[in-house]
Design a protein around this ligand. Structure first.
Ligand code: ATP
Ligand code: MG
Length: 401
């Protein structure tokens, strides 16, 4: 067993010694069987949350109403969830009620895909009620039970199918795939944040090309924010262009998507906002996208433009590299790294010093002078030495600029 599991064995033992059942479940079991790195080890148990809390000193109620308690042990946290069934999905996204049960089979039945419905005992034995092992072996994503019913219960599962398919390079089984096409419209019921998580994981998948094409061809793309009907071919093209390649990080992935959709810079901002990205993320992507637009419009890239794009340069270069076969990104990186300063804080002078030297008084004027100094230093017109900067500031002041 991988170390992540052996470290958690004492927890399973504590639960089973108290007369309950406990298993490793979900992604960690799947990833171990695939020989992949494991992140979170999740535990499923017949013990009720109150019974778990009575057994361990340190627990946190992370989702106690759904039966989840986090057990803290040697600096690790283990999400431990009571076996449960879910009933009544009137809103296509979450059960009207969950009930705790003592039977593992009931719990595995409510899980999304066969490869995610495997459980493992402390001795390494796998419980496989839905042929998940065979699907793992054959690289198949298959809904547990009737796919149409399962997507009606929770429409996010359709995006999850595409996401796992892209991450693992698995094929979506025919009936599951048909159900996605038929029920795609149900995705409108799902919170944007949750769709975002799945689309972001899809974009970083090793089979992103196929994932994007499936996103287009399934029709799911029509039921997400700010992508209009009729963009199917653009998204297919985005996939085709990526064949055999991967996107390195979220910012590059979303910049790539925006670029493929051909959004204006303003629309790019509203697009990312509609998708509920953070303001920092939006700023980073917009900065990279601005640089890409300059390049596309064949604007000469000056030192000032490189300074402006700043830390977002690698994102812009990665996206340009995907678009233009003979694009030389290193040229821009080298130029960027030879800038005298890459940040305002690296100026040999600041507002305090300007005031102390008696050149300016605090106020808007000072900001303007500093901005001019910054520009002159970046474009190499002025040395970044205190005496030069002071002299320059005095000159600007005397000319009333
Ligand atoms: P990852 O490696 O991305 O975390 P994961 O399989 O662990 O993948 P999670 O979203 O962490 O995915 O969920 C853990 C487990 O909970 C899944 O393996 C699955 O069994 C179950 N699960 C999660 N979301 C759903 C859902 N929407 N419907 C049904 N079962 C789900
Ligand atoms: Mg997980």
């Amino acid at each position: 067993l991988p170390q992540e599991f052996t470290a958690a064995l004492p927890i399973l033992e504590t639960i089973t010694n108290a007369g309950f059942e406990a298993y490793f479940v979900g992604g960690s079991v799947r990833d171990m069987l695939l020989g992949k790195a494991i992140h979170d080890v999740d535990i499923a148990t017949s013990a009720y949350p109150s019974e778990i809390k009575a057994l361990f000193n340190k627990t946190v109620d992370t989702g106690i109403e759904h039966g989840t308690v986090m057990i803290l042990d040697h600096g690790n946290g283990y999400e431990t969830t009571t076996f449960r069934t879910e009933t009544g999905y009137t809103d296509f996204r979450r059960p009207d009620s969950v009930s705790f049960v003592r039977d593992l089979a009931e719990d595995l039945k409510r899980r999304d895909f066969t490869i995610n419905a495997l459980a493992m005992r402390a001795n390494g034995e796998i419980v496989d009620l839905f042929n998940g092992l065979e699907d793992l072996d054959k690289h198949i994503i298959r809904a547990v039970g009737d796919p149409v019913e399962r997507f009606h219960e929770d429409a996010l599962r359709m995006m999850r199918a595409l996401r796992f398919s892209a991450q693992l390079g698995f094929v979506i089984e025919a009936a599951t795939n048909e159900a996605i096409k038929g029920e795609a419209h149900l995705l409108v019921n799902i919170a944007v944040e949750r769709i975002n998580v799945e689309l972001s994981k899809l974009l970083l998948g090793k089979a992103v090309a196929e994932g994007l094409m499936a996103f287009a061809q399934s029709g799911l793309y029509k039921y997400v924010p700010n992508i209009d009907m009729g963009r199917e071919l653009d998204i297919v093209a985005a996939g085709l262009k990526l064949q055999g390649q991967i996107l390195p990080d979220d910012a590059t992935a979303w910049t790539y998507l925006i670029d493929q959709l051909g959004l204006s810079e303003d629309d790019a901002g509203s697009f990312l906002k509609a998708w509920k990205h953070s303001n920092d993320f939006i700023k980073q992507v917009k900065t990279a996208y601005h640089f890409i637009q300059l390049y596309r419009q064949q604007v000469t890239i000056t030192k000032w433009e490189l300074y402006q794009v700043g830390a977002a340069l690698p994102i812009a270069l990665a996206v340009l590299g995907l678009n233009f076969k003979s694009f030389d990104g290193d040229k821009y990186l080298t130029a960027y790294h030879s800038l005298v300063i890459t940040n305002k804080r690296q100026l040999a002078i600041d507002g305090q010093q300007l005031i102390a030297a008696g050149v300016v008084k605090p106020g808007p004027k000072m900001g303007k002078i500093l901005a001019k100094i910054e520009h002159a230093v970046v474009i190499g017109q002025l040395k970044n030495h205190l005496s030069d900067l002071l002299a320059y500031a005095e000159m600007l002041q005397s000319k009333g600029e």
